[in-house]
Design a protein around this ligand. Structure first.
Ligand code: FAD
Length: 371
């Protein structure tokens, strides 16, 4: 499938080419709109950092965030099928299920999403995750939760699918200012990699600048929560299920790589790089969860910034500026929520497909001014 943008049509600008930006650009292009992605730095996107768990139940979400997560989880297979068809690339979606271990059956039974999982005793837990540490006496198996290889496959497939659908990319271009008249978006001021400042007229844009979104719109209560990660190489098949322990998780990919995460550092701001404390925390977490894994060789270590809000839920839909929509603040569930975010936002921006009543009332929970 190849498409080019109509030369005369003013494109919808996507401000940020991370996971949300790519997912929304792709859906808008599929609906026939001209789309341009302005991306400051592809490699800093949390979309390339995340562990890729699709885990509304294992994460113990509740209320409207759980509903949003469940709706997104339902959509993931058809969303991935679209991306794979448009790009010709696999996204690495796996239905491995996720096991959450607990120190006691009482702790397990009080987990917010316990009703959605299969309860496990210690023996059953060991059948699901051989070698689990001795502290874990009970568990929940969420067979419906899964994972996707965002870092190596999904992001790349989305980029390819976007280009194939005619999306234009401006990489190395930072949006510096949103220009408005009477609260209507008129243009964005950008700076490219060579330092050239340009004013790009635009009446429709989606703000998807992840943890940096408040730099463009200070009204938004978004702040970074740094996460450090590492990966281990195992003999293939050594770990079948994702394990989601308190403070640490292990996500087995198809090729035997296990992604381990993550620290959650609210005080770190945008400070880049690994820290000895962060990496030690991960190592101690591995030893407590799956002692034999401390002998598996580390392959890679990396970090990134989750876009967090005061209630750890995203900001979706209208913004204080007409013509500017929000898709930011997905914190630790952005990979899970990308499918539903792209669907809802593309309906809002194209304005040709009305939102259903349940969709509209779901979106109302994620208004930017709810705090
Ligand atoms: C350690 C870690 C583990 C995670 N694990 C999971 C998980 O297992 N499951 C899950 O569902 N979610 C997970 N997440 C969360 C998920 O990665 C994020 O919620 C999601 O990537 C957010 O997508 P985004 O597009 O909003 O931001 P990003 O993917 O960060 O993209 C934002 C982009 O905007 C660009 N940008 C910023 N400012 C500007 C500007 N002024 N002009 C132009 N471009 C700009 C940046 O360069 C960046 O590329 C994890 C996150 C981290 C950090």
């Amino acid at each position: 499938m190849n498409a080019t943008q109509p030369a005369s049509e003013e494109p919808v600008l996507i401000l940020g080419g991370g996971l949300m930006g790519l997912a929304i650009a792709h859906q808008l292009a599929r609906r026939g709109l001209a789309v341009t992605v302005l991306s400051r730095r592809r490699s800093e996107a949390a979309g390339f950092v995340a562990a890729g768990m699709l885990a509304p139940h294992a994460e113990g979400l509740s209320g409207s965030l759980l509903s949003l997560g469940q709706r997104s989880l339902e959509r993931v297979p058809s969303w991935v099928a679209q991306i794979e068809a448009d790009s010709g690339l696999p996204c690495g979606l796996r239905t491995t299920g996720i096991v959450v271990p607990f120190r006691s059956p009482e702790e397990r039974d009080h987990y917010p999403t316990a009703a959605f999982g299969a309860p496990l005793n210690r023996d059953q837990l060991l059948q699901e995750v051989p070698g689990l540490g001795p502290d874990w006496r009970a568990g929940l198996l969420f067979a419906q939760d899964g994972q996707i290889d965002n870092r190596r496959q999904l992001m790349r497939a989305l980029e390819s699918a976007c280009v194939d659908r005619g999306v234009l990319f401006q990489e190395g271009v930072e949006v510096q200012e949103l220009l408005r008249e009477n609260d209507q978006l008129k243009a964005v001021r950008t700076r490219n990699a060579e330092g050239r400042i340009t004013t790009q007229p635009c009446s429709k844009a989606v703000l998807c600048s992840g943890a940096w979104s408040a730099q463009l719109l200070p009204e938004l209560p978004i702040f970074p929560v740094k996460g450090q990660m590492l990966s281990l190489q195992t003999p293939r098949g050594a770990l079948r299920r994702v394990i989601f322990g308190p403070g640490i998780y292990m996500v087995p990919r198809e090729d035997g790589l296990v992604v381990v995460g993550a620290t959650s550092e609210r005080e770190a701001g945008f400070s880049e790089g690994l820290t000895p404390h962060g990496q030690t925390t991960l190592k101690e977490g591995i030893a407590a969860l799956l002692p034999e894994a401390v002998n598996w060789p580390p392959m890679e270590r990396w970090w990134g910034f989750r876009p967090c809000t005061p209630d750890e839920s995203p900001l979706l839909g209208a913004s204080p500026i007409h013509g500017l929509w929000l898709a930011c603040g997905h914190h630790r569930n952005g990979v899970l929520l990308a499918a539903i975010t792209a669907e809802l936002l593309s309906k809002l921006v194209t304005n040709t497909t009305a939102l259903s009543n349940p969709e509209q009332s779901l979106l109302d929970h994620f208004r930017w001014d709810r705090f």
